[in-house]
Design a protein around this ligand. Sequence first.
Ligand code: ARG
Length: 586
Amino acid sequence: MSDLYTELTTRLQQAIHRSFGDEYQNVDPLLRATQDPKFGDFQANVAMSLAKALKRKPRDIAETICANAELKDICDAPDIAGPGFINLRVLPGAIARQLLTLAANDRLAIEKDHQPQTVVVDYSGPNVAKEMHVGHLRSTIIGDAIAKVLEFLGHKVIRQNHLGDWGTQFGMLIEHLIDSGWKLDAGQSIGDLNVLYQEAKKRFDDDASFAERARQRVVALQGGDADTRALWQALVQASRQYFSEVYARLDVTLQDSDARGESSYNDSLQATIDELSQKTLTQKDQGATVVYLPEFVGRDDKPLPLIVQKSDGGYLYATTDLACLRYRIKELRADRVIYVTDARQSQHFAMVFKTAELAGWLDHHVTLEHVPFGSVLGEDGKPFKTRSGEVVRLIQLIEEAERRALAVVSRKNPDLTAEQQKQVAETVGVGAIKYADLSSDRVKDYVFAWDRMLAMEGNTAPYLQYAYTRVQSIFRKGLEHYEKMDISHLHAAHIEIHEPVEKQLALKLFQLESVLSQVAERLEPHRLCNYLFELATLFSSFYEACPVLKAPSEVSRDTRLLLCELTARTIKLGLNLLGIRVLEKM
Ligand code: ARG
């Protein structure tokens, strides 16, 4: 049996099919956990929604479905309430069996997808010689969580870091690098590179002769001039080193080998345009080469073209993305390609995807998805900046998180050694930043607020990390009273669920599988956050109502220990999939 919820859904689906014929195959039974235990544990609301199509009373329909449903091994006989709600009460034995199934399995009995796909996840994508900004932070954190969840569910995930490492800006950067005698070495800080970028930009705007030399430098770079290429390479190298440092600090899984910058598509840009032209998708428009897509119109109601080559022969962001997408489909053999960038790029991707479809690259089975997210705002509601109005440097942000977390940890737990406190602060600080980002509905803007993300109460990483350590301390304390705290010997006969909150907690534990499949389908990590928060909240109520080590009987103690252990394992797995670590003590 997979998760109880999924199992009940399937059984009801089969009953609907049996009751009303093939037309009613795969109807969603609209199963929900009930709010009030009086009405059982689950409620299916499908009868009301079928009434119109079947031209029958919902109560009638509910009765027919129940008569055709095989639920005996999981539930009591279903109740029909009100106009036609089907109420289901899960049998204690079924809960006990399921708890043990979870306990005995190192993936908490979560099944892998039966149709594993090759999924390319494009995320992070910072730009060379520039500071990563908070938008890149969001992409990095959200993309990494998505990659981890898909991988856990059995898909072959190919991470792709589409670095901005090519383009005309390198002309001015390199020219300025030469003029000012900059020395690049591997330890170059990105702050320095950022300064270099600002200076070069200023000269480019102010000084016409410099601008002209910068343009020639672009030609030299594109033409493969050895010295120019070497300097470009050094710039790219220094930036990549810095990005790796940020990923390591953030505990993000991106590796150097996942980087495939814009430059790597340089040689296939012309061939891509030629292919589109052969398929008669391109047109000339004032010297530029463009693709017209009827569904896209600009503000003035005029058709909006996707420009793939400028009149001077230069290529654009879109050209690279087309060549890149072609590579991902044809070479990487992706079934699903996911792009994690801010919402402002939505139209860009919609146009690139449409062009790919018209070019016949999708073979009916490849799905392309843009995963947009909103902006990061400061507590004043304006775009998140430093006080002096500069972009916030990510390393500084991480350091600040750790500093603030350290203050909390040393106050809460002065008994830890300084070294332990530091480690806890790193895990809590980085976890807090990541969780704050992941837990908000990604398409919305989100407000970066230190106090809220580091709070020990509410939907935060520290709250979940703390819930985990509470369980660990129960087990540690148990060892002071009992010889061993091993619950692996438990079998179904040893499990007794009496208290309503025990049952609620158990049923919550069973939901992880369906939550993860929703996250994988909709690419919305906040669903996992909400689930973990609900679980931890229920655990708190359980812990208040049900003494564990001082339970009324041995059977009850072991049942509760099992619930504790599974809660901890679920929180750990959930947080890890979000890229956040747990701690034994904090
Ligand atoms: N470098 C881009 C930026 O900073 C993000 C790249 C996203 N990926 C892509 N295939 N276009 O906005």
